[in-house]
Design a binder for this molecule. Structure first.
Ligand code: PMP
Length: 441
C-alpha cells in the first residue's frame, strides 16, 4: 500500500521532513546499491543514507556482525562500559587513523549522530583551551543541534532559532566555480589562506584567540566543494603556530569516501581533533571524536549520554572498517570516482546545464546552472535550482536516487556505496545524462 503509506506519513510527520518529501518512494528491500520500492520498482542508490553506507545496503559482513552480537546473548545496552565489541571497534578504527593521531590519541563516544560528535568536539576544544570562539567557514554543514548550527553556514535556521550566535567567526571557504574573490583556482585558495592568516595573526583586531577551527575536508551539504590541499595545509600551519586546535569534520568524508581513508589524508594534514560518524557505524547510528591526548582535559561525566557506544553499531562498524581496509575500498573509490567524474565532464560539451563537475573519490557533485545565461567573469553561470529539482525528479523516474545540495540547492550530489562497480557507475552516468536532457525538455 505504497500510496497509503506515503499519504499517512505526510499527514502525520512534521513539516521539517526532507528526504521523504523529495523522494516519494517506499523502500521495502535493499541490497548493495539497489533499493526496491513497495511498488516493485528498483533504484540505484546514489544517496546511500547521506553517504553512510560505505558497503551499500545490507552487506553480508555487516549482517553477520550484527547477528554475531545478537546470537551470543551479549548485552545490547551497556552505556559506556567496557565490552569486547567496543574493544574491537576501537582497535579497528585506530588502525585507519593518521599514525600521529593513532599513536596516543583518545576517543570519546558521543550521542548517536554526527551532530552530537560535533558538539563534543566544540566542548572539548573550549574545555582544553579555556577559550570560547570558534573559526568556521562559509557554506559549512556540521549538524542541526545548536552548537553545530552555530558553526554551520545555514543562516536561515540560525537566524530563526538564534542558535549559538556570537561565538563563531566565519571565513570564506575557497571554491573555483563560484570563487568568492572572483578569481578561482590556486589564486582563490591563496587569498582564502591570506584571510585566515590575517584573522589569526591579529586576534587583537576585535577577535580573541579562538578555541578552535572546524573545517570539512570536502564540504558535502555545502555543494561538494573539496578544500584545496594547499589551503588546508596553510590552515594547519596557522593554527599550529598559534596553538589553536584544528577540528576536521570527517562525518561525510571519512572512511574512504573521498578516495583516501580520511579527507585530510589528501593534503597530508593531521588535525588535532577528528569528528567521525556515518560510515563507521556500518549503517547504524554511531559517532565519536578522536583527538590528541594533550586535549584530554575534561573530567569524568563531562560528556555523558545514555546512547553512546551502541553495541550493534560498533559490531557493524568494525566489520565495515575491516572490509574497507582489507579490500582497499578507498583506492577503489578513487579509481571508480575519477572515471565517473571524467565521464560526467565528458557530458558537458553540448549540455550547458552542467556548470561544473567536482569532488573527490565517490563524493561527486554536478552543478546545474542556467543553460542560456551568460557566464560571469570567471566562467560561472547562475545556479539553476528549479532545473536541478527537475533533474532529481527525472533521475528518480529512471531509477536513480540522487540528492541535491549547495547554497542554492543546485548541485546534484552522488554518494554511492564505495563498492560501486564500473558497470553500476556506467548505469548512473547513463541515467543522469538522460535525466539532464529530460529536465531541459
Ligand atoms: N558534519 C557533516 C560534514 C555532515 O555532512 C553531517 C550530516 N550530513 C553532519 C555533520 C551531521 O551529522 P548527523 O546528520 O548525523 O547529525
Amino acid at each position: 500500500d505504497a500510496p497509503g503509506i506515503l499519504r499517512r506519513q505526510a499527514a502525520r510527520e512534521s513539516s521539517a521532513r526532507t528526504y521523504a518529501r523529495s523522494l516519494p518512494i517506499v523502500p521495502v528491500r535493499a541490497r548493495g546499491m539497489t533499493v526496491e520500492g513497495a511498488d516493485g520498482r528498483r533504484y540505484l542508490d546514489c544517496l546511500s543514507g547521506a553517504g553512510t553506507l560505505a558497503l551499500g545496503h545490507n552487506h553480508p559482513v555487516v549482517l553477520a556482525a550484527i547477528r554475531g552480537v545478537l546470537d551470543t546473548g551479549a548485552p545490547l545496552h551497556v552505556l559506556d562500559l567496557a565490552t569486547p565489541v567496543k574493544d574491537r571497534f576501537v582497535e579497528e578504527l585506530f588502525a585507519t587513523l593518521p599514525p600521529e593521531l593513532a599513536r596516543d590519541g583518545r576517543v570519546q563516544f558521543c550521542g548517536p549522530a554526527g551532530t552530537d560528535a560535533v558538539e563534543a568536539a566544540l566542548k572539548l576544544v573550549r574545555t582544553a583551551t579555556g577559550r570560547r570562539g570558534v573559526v568556521a567557514f562559509t557554506g559549512a554543514y556540521h549538524g542541526m543541534t545548536e552548537g553545530a548550527l552555530a558553526v554551520s553556514g545555514d543562516t536561515a535556521i540560525r537566524d530563526a532559532t538564534g542558535a549559538g550566535t556570537g561565538d563563531t567567526v566565519r571565513l570564506p571557504f575557497p571554491q573555483d566555480y563560484r570563487c568568492p574573490f572572483g578569481v578561482g583556482g590556486a589564486e582563490g585558495a591563496r587569498i582564502a589562506g591570506h584571510y585566515a592568516g590575517t584573522l589569526l595573526a591579529d586576534p587583537g583586531g576585535g577577535v580573541p584567540t579562538p578555541a578552535g577551527m572546524i573545517v570539512e575536508p570536502v564540504q558535502g551539504e555545502g555543494g561538494v566543494l573539496p578544500a584545496p590541499d594547499g589551503w588546508l595545509r596553510e590552515l594547519r600551519r596557522l593554527t599550529a603556530e598559534r596553538g589553536i586546535p584544528l577540528i576536521a569534520d570527517e562525518v561525510q568524508t571519512g572512511l574512504g569516501r573521498t578516495g583516501a581513508m580520511w579527507g585530510v589524508d589528501h593534503a597530508g594534514v593531521v588535525p588535532d581533533v577528528m569528528v567521525v560518524s556515518k560510515a563507521i557505524g556500518g549503517s547504524l547510528p554511531l559517532a565519536v571524536v578522536v583527538y590528541r591526548a594533550e586535549l584530554d582535559r575534561w573530567w569524568p561525566g563531562a560528556h555523558a549520554g545514555t546512547f553512546r557506544g551502541n553495541q550493534l553499531a560498533m559490531a557493524a562498524g568494525t566489520a565495515t572498517i575491516a572490509f574497507v581496509r582489507e579490500h582497499r575500498l578507498h583506492e577503489h573509490a578513487a579509481r571508480v570516482g575519477a572515471r565517473l567524474a571524467g565521464a560526467l565532464r565528458g557530458l558537458m560539451p553540448g549540455r550547458p546545464a552542467i556548470g561544473e563537475v567536482r569532488g573527490r573519490g565517490l563524493m561527486l557533485g554536478v552543478e546545474i546552472v542556467e543553460p542560456d545565461a551568460a557566464p560571469d567573469t570567471i566562467g560561472a553561470r547562475p545556479a539553476a535550482p528549479g532545473l536541478a529539482l527537475a533533474v532529481r525528479r527525472e533521475a528518480l523516474a529512471r531509477g536513480l536516487i540522487v540528492e541535491l545540495g549547495g547554497r542554492h540547492d543546485s548541485v546534484v550530489r552522488l554518494l554511492p556505496p564505495l563498492t560501486m562497480t564500473e558497470v553500476q557507475a556506467d548505469a548512473v552516468l547513463e541515467r543522469l545524462a538522460e535525466a539532464i536532457e529530460a529536465a531541459r525538455a
